[in-house]
Design a protein around this ligand. Structure first.
Ligand SMILES: [Zn+2]
Length: 140
């Protein structure tokens, strides 16, 4: 299943912080393996409960089952290193989760945009701090 990269599919409270974050991250470049230039880009935003359950049970690349991730509420995004095209935009094709990526710089700007980066095991993940409250209201 293709990751949802639409800002419009995020929760309305999440859209502007993500736009602000991507704007401030846009000029940042670094060099990855093979001297390839990278920049930050939105890898995934909203994720359906079905997709979350699949990732949890089948691919095991998340610690959260359905409705236990801010992605289901449109309140999380994964910001990942991406290769740069000739126009200076992300290719949305070559992605890097390398430890050499300037994650602390990305987290610094995420926090300034009103988001948090709470997962030590998932550096790409930033979310709206209030999402747990929305989850409580949803789950009851
Ligand atoms: Zn995430």
């Amino acid at each position: 299943m293709k990751p949802d990269r639409s800002i419009e599919n995020l929760h309305p409270l999440m859209r502007q912080p993500v736009r602000d974050l991507l704007a401030v991250l846009h000029p940042i470049r670094w060099t990855g393996a093979g001297d390839v230039p990278y920049m930050w880009a939105l890898f995934e935003g909203y994720r359906s409960p079905e997709q979350q359950h699949y990732l949890f049970t089948e691919t095991r690349n998340t610690h959260a089952d359905a409705w236990h991730s801010a992605h289901q509420f449109g309140m999380a995004v994964d910001i990942v290193g991406c290769t740069v095209d000739a126009q200076g935009n992300p290719t949305l094709d070559g992605w890097s989760w390398a430890t050499e990526n300037p994650w602390p710089k990305m987290h610094f700007h995420a926090i300034k945009s009103g988001l948090t980066a709470p997962l030590a095991w998932d550096q790409a993940h930033v979310e709206l701090p209030a999402w747990q409250t929305f989850r409580s209201l949803h789950i009851g």
